[in-house]
Design a protein around this ligand. Sequence first.
Ligand SMILES: Nc1nc2c(ncn2[C@@H]2O[C@H](COP(=O)(O)OP(=O)(O)OP(=O)(O)O)[C@@H](O)[C@H]2O)c(=O)[nH]1
Ligand SMILES: [Mg+2]
Ligand SMILES: [Zn+2]
Length: 292
Amino acid sequence: MQGKIIKGIAGFYYVYGEDDRLYECKAKGIFRKDKQKPLVGDNVEITVLDEQEQTGNLISILPRKNELIRPAVANVDQAFVIFALESPKPNFMLLDRFLIMMEQAAVPAVICFNKKDLAAEEETTALYETYRNCGYQVILSSALEKEGLDEIHEILQGKTTVVAGPSGVGKSSLTNLLQGEVQMETGEISRKLKRGRHTTRHSQVIPVGKDTFLMDTPGFSSLYLTDMEEQELKDYFPEFRKYEDACRFQGCRHIHEPGCHVKEALENGEISRIRYEDYLSLYEELKEKRRY
Ligand SMILES: Nc1nc2c(ncn2[C@@H]2O[C@H](COP(=O)(O)OP(=O)(O)OP(=O)(O)O)[C@@H](O)[C@H]2O)c(=O)[nH]1
Ligand SMILES: [Mg+2]
Ligand SMILES: [Zn+2]
């Protein structure tokens, strides 16, 4: 039978079968031998061991559409990256790293700034404009005041979306509002249960509707760019695209080259200075890394 891995914990894979039942499966030795690790989101073939107990064995992984390293999931159509406008304050470098990783993996990203209820309107608007101008779709939401949900629903429709972002920004809170059945534990709930802050530790696929899946993932606090040459980095800043054809030199890195239209756009305020400065630091970081 075929199914989808919706969760993996301590050597067990939970497979949502074609029969709409959840099977607890083990991966047999064959995967270890092939060094192929099953990922949340994988479409798999299983054999059912016990119908009653709903247990089975993973037999094979069907070909993947794509796979991400962080978060480690497979077969995603898009990424929904959530940052809070306040508490915690957004770390733009971290957001930019994430966006670059998605560009590199060719996974479209939608940005959501949550906790709108805590932020000043002026700053919120400025942020919205900055990332819109880079070509990203940007949603402003508040899980607390249930704002922005219709817009999010529309984006998710018919797709498998990985929800990513730092810890505490409201990923689980929003995920909970978007579906009814599987309630993920959030910081708030755990306070009530006096178990301390509840943070998501395992990625999980949540069916939200027909052909519509969300993947709730653990928060990240740092991201490192891998498998990338510094010369390539500029290709992952979509806002450079409409200017770079006009640069005097082909393959212009938009740093010190004369006749650079990206730098001109920066001076004119058409390209965000924060984004450009992140570009420069990441360029240096990649260059340094290669040296050692
Ligand atoms: N004021 C306000 N608080 C929010 C909002 N969304 C979430 N919170 C609160 O922020 C805290 C963290 O929310 P979670 O949904 O657990 O955050 P998370 O992103 O899933 O965090 P991790 O699982 O640790 O990665 C909880 O106390 C929520 O109640 C919002 O829109 N406004
Ligand atoms: Mg969470
Ligand atoms: Zn240039």
